[in-house]
Design a protein around this ligand. Structure first.
Ligand SMILES: C/C=C/C(=O)SCCNC(=O)CCNC(=O)[C@H](O)C(C)(C)COP(=O)(O)OP(=O)(O)OC[C@H]1O[C@@H](n2cnc3c(N)ncnc32)[C@H](O)[C@@H]1OP(=O)(O)O
Length: 252
């Protein structure tokens, strides 16, 4: 069932996937993961869809996984969070170019997702972090493979092990943002990039893209390894203390 927090529209060969949960900074629930997976999976064999755009609209990309769901999840049953895991597979197995439009904060899975995308536009108000460490967790989504291979070990260490945030300019220098634009302009620019891609010969795009990317089986193997460790970490004292601190932060 569509939940209203993910809006999917098809526009002249481009599927636009919009996260819309403004009251929660676009934090992603398991339902939202399901909707995003469906949008990506159903594009695979649809010849009318040439590329996709993922956007959070203006002001924020996403605050990452919904931490309230982590708190509610039964740590002995990691499958309660399995839609997130399936979404990572959808990204790894996707064969069509994805353009990301990032305006504002991109946190956790929001940032990891970008390393599976093909073209990333950011506003100069964008920030990028993957602060798994601050929650006592470890990276997911093949981040431990893709992040160092994209921007080098030391920058990856700062992001994934130290939990540092990157500005748009730093992300551009690090190589995972193609273009930095003014706030409020990421979607317009993403549509221009989409039109450019849609004009290219589709089969040659698909084959060239495949040559550039890590093999899907390598990505899914790393996703599985990370997910196993992530499941272990979810039960840890460090993670439980961090989730409770987030839940109680406004009560103090
Ligand atoms: C496997 C993948 C794992 C991950 O993705 S790990 C990363 C998880 N995400 C985070 O650690 C980020 C947590 N959120 C924040 O740090 C902050 O928020 C922001 C910096 C994004 C924004 O701060 P501010 O502008 O002060 O807004 P606000 O009052 O904190 O948030 C507005 C409402 O949004 C809810 N919210 C924000 N992020 C999340 C989240 N990740 N999960 C669940 N809810 C979230 C809040 O609670 C609040 O809601 P209410 O107004 O009802 O109190």
């Amino acid at each position: 069932m569509p939940n209203g927090n993910i809006i999917v529209t098809d526009e002249r060969g481009t599927r636009v996937i919009t996260l819309r949960r403004p009251g929660k900074k676009n934090a992603i629930t398991q339902n939202m993961y399901r909707e995003m997976s469906r949008a990506i999976d159903t594009a695979q064999n649809n010849p009318d869809i040439r590329c996709m755009i993922v956007t959070g609209g203006s002001g924020v990309f996403t605050a990452g996984d919904d931490i309230e769901e982590f708190i509610k999840a039964d740590a002995s049953r990691p499958e309660t969070l399995s839609d997130g895991a399936k979404f990572l597979y959808s990204l790894a197995l996707n064969v069509k170019p994805i353009i990301a439009a990032v305006d504002g904060a991109s946190i956790g899975i929001g940032t990891v997702m970008l390393f599976h995308c093909d073209y990333v536009l950011a506003s100069n108000a964008a920030t990028f972090s993957a602060p798994y460490i601050n929650l006592g967790l470890v990276p997911v989504g093949a981040a431990s493979l893709l992040v160092p291979s994209t921007m080098g070990y030391q920058r990856a260490f700062a992001m994934l092990v130290m939990g540092r945030s990157f500005t748009a300019a730093e992300a551009h220098t690090a190589g995972f943002v193609n273009t930095v634009v003014s706030p409020g302009h990421t979607e317009v620019e993403a549509r221009k990039v989409a039109r450019e891609i849609c004009r290219l010969p589709a089969e040659a795009v698909a084959t060239s893209r495949k040559l550039l990317r890590a093999p899907p089986e390598e990505l899914t193997r790393r996703i599985d390894q990370e997910s196993h460790l992530f499941g272990e970490r979810l039960k840890s004292d460090e993670a439980i203390a961090a989730f409770n601190a987030f839940a109680n932060r406004k009560k103090r």
